[in-house]
Design a protein around this ligand. Sequence first.
Ligand code: GLU
Length: 447
Amino acid sequence: MAPVVRFAPSPTGYLHIGNARTALFNALFARARGGTVVLRLDDTDTARSRPEFAAAIAQDLDWLGIAPDRAVRQSDRVALYDAAAERLKAAGRLYPAYETPEELERRRRRQLGRGQPPVYDRAALRLTAEERAALEAEGRRPHWRFRLDPGVVAWTDLVRGECRVEAESLSDPVLVRADGSYLYTLPSVVDDAEMGITHVIRGEDHVTNTAVQIQILSALGAPVPAFAHHNLITTASGEGLSKRLGHLSLRGLREAGYEPLAVAALATLTGSAEAVRPVTDLGELAGLLDLAHVSRAPAKFDTHDLDQLNARLVHAMPYDAAAGRLAELGVPREAGEAFWMAVRANLTRVAQAGPWWGVVQGPVTPVIADAAFAARAAALLPPEPWDASTWKAWSEAVKAETGLKGKALFLPLRLALTGLDHGPDLAGLLPLIGRARSLRRLAGESA
Ligand code: GLU
C-alpha cells in the first residue's frame, strides 16, 4: 500500500532547518514509494498562529521543492475534534478537571519535594457529582484530561527500533482547555485517523506524545500508523532550534543565497549514516534516505558544511540553472555563459558572481607596481577576436619578452587587469574584459 504521510507545522514562525528535516523526511519517504504528502497546518493555538506564517510555510516548502498533494488546516476541522471528544467523554476516557495552574504547580512541587515523579494524581477523577457541581457554581470551568490506561505502550519505531513507554509514568494529558480549545494532541490523532495517515514521521521530541496518541487512537477504534522519530538538528554549539526565535530559518538561508538543494541535502543527510554530499535532485536524495540509518545522537548543523555543499553544487552548476540569477545580477545574456564558466569555480554562492561581473565590466582601479612592465605587456596584447586561448598566448609572449615566469609574471598582470591579487582564471576573464579595457587598465587608467 502506498504510504500517506503528513508534515504538520504550527504556523507560529518561519520554518527552520530542523522543520525542513521533518518535511523532507516525509516528502522523500513518500516520493520513493509513490505515496501522498499532506501539509497540515496545526493552527489550533489561535493566539500564536498567524496567516503570514502559514503563507510563508507554503513558500518555503515550494522553495525546497516539496509540493504537498493536499493541504488542510486544523482550524477548519474543529467539528471532527468535537465529535471525537464527545466519544471519549461517553466512553469515560475524557474527564473534567478543575485545578488551576497554581494548584497544579503546588502539587507538583510537593511531589518533587517528596522525591515522587510529578505525575498528575487524578484527584479530579475522584470528585463526586456534588463536588463538581459546587466547583462549577464557583464559576470554575473544567479542562479535560484523557484517562490513560495503565501498562506499557510499545511500538516499533522506524528510526529508534523497539520503544516502550510506561503509561504510569505520564500524567493524564489535557486534551481540551477550559475555554473549549484543543491542545495539539487530540486534533493530531483525529486527523491522522481521518486522513488515513500510514506513517507519522516527526522529531524525537514527540516520542512521549506517541505513547499517549497510540492510546487515544485505540480508544477511538482507529488503526495505529507506523511511527518514525528522527533526531533533532541543533546548532553547532548544541543548542536546540526554535521557530519562535527564527533560528536558521529557511527564509534566512534563502536570502543568504544558498541553493535549496544544498539545504535539502544537508537537512536530510546530516546525522545519518550517509555522507553529506551534493545531489542533483530530490529524487536522488530520496534514494539516500533510510530511516533505519538515522542516528540517535543529535544532528549538529554547521554553516561551514552548508557552505561547502553549496560551493560544490555551484562549481558543477550548468549555465542554464544560473542564467536567470546572472541576468538579475546585471550580466548580459551574450556574455552569460562564458562569464559563468569563467567564475563558477571561484564561488560559494551564485550571488558572489555579481562582484566578478563588476571586475569584467569595470571600472576597476588597476594596481601597477612597474609601469614599464605593464607597457611592455600591453604592447604584446594580440589583436581581437579573443577566446579562451588568448591568455596563454599573451602571457607566454610576455614571459618570452621579460624573462619573468610563475607568480612574478602572473600576479602583476592580474593586479593590473583586475585590481585584485586573486580571482577566477584569467583565461576565462580576459576575453570578457576585452582588448580596449585591458589596454586602458595596463596603462593605469581606471576602466
Ligand atoms: N504541530 C506539531 C509540531 O510542529 C506536529 C507534530 C506532529 O507531527 O504530530 O511539532
